[in-house]
Design a protein around this ligand. Sequence first.
Ligand code: DTR
Length: 341
Amino acid sequence: MKKLSVLTMAAVFAVLFVMPYFLGVSTGQTKSVTLNYANFPPAPTFPCVQMERWKKQVEKKTNGRIKINTFPGGTLLGAKGMMDGVIAGQADIGCLCMAYQPGRFTVTNAVSLPLGIPDSETGSLVLLDLYKKYKPVSFNKVKVLTMFTSAPASIMCKKPVRTLADIKGVDLRASGGAAAILRIWGANQIGMPMSATPEALQKGVVQGLFSSLEVMKDLKFAEDCKFVTMTNTVVYPFAVVMNLNTWKSLPENTKKIMDNLAEDQAEWTGNYMDSHVKDAIAWSKKVHGVEFIKLDKKSTAKWNAVLSPIVEKWIVKADKKGFKGKEIVSSIKTMIAEHSK
Ligand code: DTR
């Protein structure tokens, strides 16, 4: 009798704990899950660096129950198809730059108005707060995992742009809110995602671009663009989103881990970006002799003064679409003040 019960207990133990191990199921009774994470630019750029950091954090915090396969460089989904690809389930997770679809993400793209966001850390926290406050319908079909912004944009160009007169008619690449700014300054603005820009620069389709300066190093733009005009004007917003069915299928403790990571990831990415811009500037000067043109106070005021109609126009447009344009702008201003303290 005693013998039998020992045998029975051993069998029960084997069924509950040993067999699941060999079937690849963890003893926490939760299956291990592999998720595919798509990104559009090349691996060394900051959207991909933050992707690898998020992957590591999630794998560590879930003790390996979640595994993330990352796909940089548009190998799974490209820049403009990212949101719809994730909604359709072509990838479980995707990182998108909202500026590439300006009409689709009205509320969150408002961080690309010239409102004086000083750096990427502030921009990233403001953007995440803005999303949480307004929960825009454009994200109804996905789960938002985090958001962040680039650092403020400056002009990288093959020729020197020292004054507003110098920029007139120059073919420069920018998207979204930054594109509107280039047009007002008189450049010939050309829209395309960052991933298409290296080829456009090499082929001479554009003379330069308007973006955050870390790409001088990460995409080697310092080889072509020997002049940078430090305008520090506008940030580009990004979102990391998950397919809703994937999200619903995840265990509650995993969802909690991912939710808790949202703000930390935004802040980490902002910090990484801000310090990496400094590195890229030093590297571009040292390795490629790039000239960084600083605008004095008087010139800065001149460059900024022409931008004021942009905010007014955006408010009118947003109101027409049914958003509270003025309130959104004033929320952003309050959030900037809070986060740049
Ligand atoms: N400034 C936006 C976004 C951006 C900034 N750095 C990178 C690197 C890779 C992809 C996008 C971005 C832009 O110019 O597209």
